[in-house]
Design a protein around this ligand. Sequence first.
Ligand SMILES: CC(C)(COP(=O)(O)OP(=O)(O)OC[C@H]1O[C@@H](n2cnc3c(N)ncnc32)[C@H](O)[C@@H]1OP(=O)(O)O)[C@@H](O)C(=O)NCCC(=O)NCCS
Length: 180
Amino acid sequence: MPPPGLRIRPAVPQDNHSKQRVVDAAWISGHGHLFPRSVERLLRGERPEETFSYEYPRDKGIPIVADIRGQVVGVIDLRPLPDGSLLIEPIAVDPAFQRHRVGSELWKAAETLARRRDYRALVVWAVDGNKKAQGFYASQGCTPFASGKVMFDGVEATATGYRLDLAQPAGMTPLNVDIQ
Ligand SMILES: CC(C)(COP(=O)(O)OP(=O)(O)OC[C@H]1O[C@@H](n2cnc3c(N)ncnc32)[C@H](O)[C@@H]1OP(=O)(O)O)[C@@H](O)C(=O)NCCC(=O)NCCS
């Protein structure tokens, strides 16, 4: 069960500070063991250029947050790609709330929106070794379709692209979603 009071809603500029806190903490929780130097820099208040920065609006994406009574606990940003799919970048849940279905509710909101707007697939990338992301994307029915190299502070790693094709009608109703 998701935490009581969880609400999925469009992000507003006033959320940016909270979003940045959630994304940084989540990034460390998923990648810290792979990129210790980037973690040190983040904790020193520096910003490795590859980590996400919320200078709103970052791009023409669709920003969504999960909040519990006004506290942002999760973030998902969606960006249309030229091939008709929707890229998720990033998806992040406050480590204090991970494994409580917050990510799943954000994913449902993204999937519902994508289906309503006739996107053909959801696409997302994860660094190999980020077991949280790998387990989560598998749980959402994604399959790997591509791989590539990423670089964080001079450390090279492999990343895998996952996709969920949206040919089938949605079989789920999201919780408290007020995204159109
Ligand atoms: C990936 C992430 C968004 C998942 O959010 P979450 O709210 O913790 O996920 P949920 O509670 O909805 O989990 C749903 C299912 O995903 C899978 N899953 C989630 N976390 C997992 C983990 N740490 N290990 C293995 N599988 C996991 C499980 O199947 C889980 O179902 P279960 O709890 O019944 O076993 C979150 O762990 C996170 O923010 N990670 C750090 C940032 C990150 O890596 N983002 C993605 C790459 S950019």
